[in-house]
Design a protein around this ligand. Structure first.
Ligand SMILES: *[C@@H]1O[C@H](CO)[C@@H](O)[C@H](O)[C@H]1NC(C)=O
Length: 409
């Protein structure tokens, strides 16, 4: 049994009010079901925790395949696509999907309504988050009308049967995603759809974050250490004295800062003590309970903050990753009996995300006081989580190993 201890660094460089070191034992990992019942009480909070845990499981599969690659995911949009798909499954296929989505722990008869309401709450315009999820269906399939109606009723988006012309279909999918994301996700699919697309779920997400406190320095190129030998020069935002919530995780050998954003959103930054191309130690610990504990225990302090400007997009087909999470049977022999009585397969799950976070913020900091503040310089590989605070939803999970290697927006 692993006990995580979040140790708050409260040294002399910080305000005298914190001039002592405290150690908070974070709760032990018991059975996940038990913990969830304690921590996450409302249906929305439980759903947010389920999507978060699903997201971290997906993240780990992608992250461990290639330790030095950038990874970027938006769990709610993938969960939404798979949940729409689950409405077309036989009970045994639905069970497989629910297990991966962590819905088997929810005991929630109204889970589609809960998810729909959660998606609508986190997409409030003030939060800067947009998401789109939809099921597309191959023209040859004789699709059951009931399925289209049920998904539309539950999620407010109707699955669409394609016309069978690769170019027209590509344009149709890309236009819809672009429109749903306010023009921010362009060219969702970059190549024409293959002939046998079968049932095609897709999920896209876009985030333009605004800090609560604007950074006075933005866009200046600074060195980001990729590993012990290599650096890349990337635009960074910085501020000598910036209010964050902070903790030091000595077991994981990292510092954690939570930086507030507009609309009750925040960014959690996991900064390893050393430059490393292997963040496995931190990644192993990421789950909804851990994030919940962290945000409860972090303490407000001012730090000297430097952070790469993030303007990036990332595209992936998540189907092989879902196979690794235990959905092999679903992928080889899905029972999509409520969608069609023909044999139909899911051949890909496209996911595209884009994020823009620069120095922009709602208010400037009055930076009169001079002094030495503890450094939180994100100039080496790091992990970040964008979190919607009201519900606890993880909007994005990212790992930046080399910021110059993301597709730019
Ligand atoms: C990465 O780090 C983990 C945990 O610290 C360790 O067990 C693993 O062997 C490392 N992998 C590589 C390839 O260095």
């Amino acid at each position: 049994m692993k006990v995580l201890a979040l140790v708050l660094f409260l040294g002399a460089v910080l305000s005298p009010a914190f001039a002592q070191t405290e150690e908070f034992p974070v709760e032990e990992e018991g059975s996940p079901a038990e913990e969830e019942e304690e921590l996450f009480k409302t249906p929305a909070a439980k759903m947010a925790a389920a999507a978060t845990n699903f997201g971290f499981n997906l993240y780990r599969q992608l992250a461990y395949k290639d330790l030095s690659s950038n990874v970027f995911l938006s769990p709610p949009s993938v969960a939404a696509a798979l949940s729409q798909l689950s409405l077309g499954c036989s009970p045994s296929t639905e069970k497989q999907l629910y297990k991966v989505l962590q819905y088997h722990l929810l005991q929630e008869p109204e889970l589609h309504t809960t998810l729909k309401n959660l998606l609508s709450a986190i997409s409030d315009p003030g939060k800067g988050f947009k998401t789109a999820a939809r099921i597309y269906l191959e023209r040859k399939l004789r699709v059951k009308l009931d399925y289209l109606n049920t998904v539309e009723k539950e999620y407010g988006v109707r699955p669409k049967v394609l016309v069978g012309n690769p170019r027209v279909d590509l344009k149709d999918v890309n236009d819809w995603v672009r429109q749903q994301t306010g023009g921010k996700i362009d060219r969702f699919l970059s190549a024409n759809l293959p002939r046998n697309i079968g049932v095609l779920p897709l999920g896209a997400a876009y985030f333009k974050g605004q800090w609560v406190n604007r950074f006075s320095q933005g866009g200046r190129p600074q060195n980001f250490k990729v590993d012990d030998l290599r650096s890349v020069s990337v635009p960074m935002m910085s501020e000598e004295r910036y209010p964050v919530k902070l903790g030091i995780e000595s077991n994981l050998r990292c510092k954690i800062a939570q930086v507030p954003m507009q609309g009750d959103v925040s960014m959690l930054l996991f900064l390893p003590d050393e430059v490393s191309q292997n963040l496995t130690q931190i990644e192993e610990s990421l789950n909804a309970e851990f994030i919940h504990d962290i945000v409860t225990l972090l303490q407000p302090v001012d730090v000297s903050l430097t952070l790469p400007a993030l303007k990036l997009s990332y595209t992936t087909n998540l189907l092989p990753t879902l196979a690794d999470l235990g959905l092999q049977q679903f992928i080889s022999t899905p029972e999509l009996v409520k969608i069609t009585s023909q044999q139909a397969k899911v051949n890909s799950l496209h996911h595209k995300v884009a994020l823009e976070v620069t120095e922009e913020g709602a208010q400037p900091l009055s930076n009169m006081a001079r002094g030495l503040y503890m450094a939180f310089h994100v100039d080496r590989p790091f992990i970040f989580v964008v979190r919607e605070e009201t519900s606890g939803t993880t909007l994005f999970i990212g790992r930046v190993m080399n910021p110059s290697k993301f597709q730019s927006l």
